[in-house]
Design a protein around this ligand. Structure first.
Ligand code: GRG
Length: 302
């Protein structure tokens, strides 16, 4: 990406991130809302930082088909709540047992395991409460929204992220084949990324063709994102990443680079991104943020 592209993308990501943070502030309970320990635990992880990639993809997909960020705001925030719940639970001693996330101590290290589990549960539940709330003006889009809620539920549950996490957990320390690795990647990471994009495009009433092209783009950047995540665990800087590196190797986890080698993995991620950008060929310049986010995914350092 050239420097004017970089500036455009940085401005876009910063603006959308601030918009999401303000909206999350509005939707989440204040720190003193009873029971305060739960409110504080929820806020601790949500406002610990994070790229806000999933809500930004939701907004960018909506904008690419001619919609607005306001129209998808609640769904976008719900996606970040689901993502944050998954990070809190992923860090628990029963799962990855991590000490740091987003540059600060993990939720259970600060609030204890019980409250961390409940903070994750609360975020997941509130996400669905938020998405299913309508004001009188939005009633006619209720059927559309119901479809979006259903898709997000599928992407987050057994047939998506939780399924992927289960196979990941179950495979630790064991020899697994490439097919299993692909199952883990597509379900644990890619499903929610694709669902975020589809949620934006569907809510903003994109055409069938636009939604299907955005879906193809999502599958490719979702896999590229996970491959880069595996590479960053090997080569990244723990300070920039805000968490420990080298964890996959220590836990004997099969990753894309451990299976296919570093160079092949890097090339694969770049090819996926190139192909994802090509999927957007019929879109006008309103899809530029999506095009640039694809490139950013392989260039990112955190
Ligand atoms: C516990 C049900 C359950 C699922 C956990 C998200 C996840 C599944 C695990 C997190 C561990 C991990 C490294 C997953 C693969 C890639 C990924 C989702 C990284 C974290 O997402 P980012 O980079 O994080 O978007 P930020 O902090 O920027 O939001």
């Amino acid at each position: 990406m050239n420097s004017s592209g970089e500036y455009f993308l940085k401005t876009y990501l910063d603006e959308r991130k601030n918009y999401i943070n303000e909206a999350l502030e509005h939707y989440l309970p204040q720190a003193d809302t009873y029971p305060s320990v739960l409110s504080r635990a929820v806020r601790y992880s949500v406002f610990a930082g994070g790229k806000r990639l999933r809500p930004i993809l939701c907004i960018a997909a909506a904008e690419a088909v001619g919609g607005t960020k306001e129209k998808v705001c609640a769904v976008a925030c719900a996606l970040e709540m689901i993502h944050t719940y998954s990070l809190i639970h992923d860090d628990l001693p029963a799962m990855d047992d991590d000490e740091y996330r987003r540059g600060i101590l993990t939720n259970h290290k600060v609030f204890g395991e019980g409250i961390a589990i409940l903070a994750g549960d609360a975020l997941l539940t509130e996400a669905f409460s938020l998405m299913s709330e309508f004001n009188s003006k939005e009633k006619e889009s209720a059927v559309l929204r119901l479809g979006v809620i259903h898709e997000i539920a599928k992407a987050a549950g057994i047939y998506g992220m939780v399924g992927g996490q289960t196979v990941d957990l179950d495979s630790e320390g064991r020899e697994v084949d490439f097919e299993t690795l692909q199952y883990i990647h597509t379900h644990k990471t890619e499903a929610m990324i694709t669902a975020s994009l589809r949620a934006g495009a569907i809510t903003a009433e994109g055409s069938k063709l636009q939604i299907s092209e955005i879906t193809e783009y999502g599958k490719k950047i979702g896999l590229a994102f996970q491959i880069i995540d595996d590479i960053l665990d090997l080569e990244g800087n723990s300070k920039t990443l805000g968490k420990k590196t080298g964890c996959d190797g220590a836990r004997k986890k099969i990753t894309y680079p451990s299976h296919a080698g570093l160079e092949f993995s890097r090339t694969k991620a770049h090819e996926l991104v190139k192909s994802a950008r090509a999927d957007l060929a019929s879109f006008d310049n309103r899809a530029d943020p999506l095009r640039m986010i694809a490139s950013y995914i392989v260039e990112r350092v955190s």
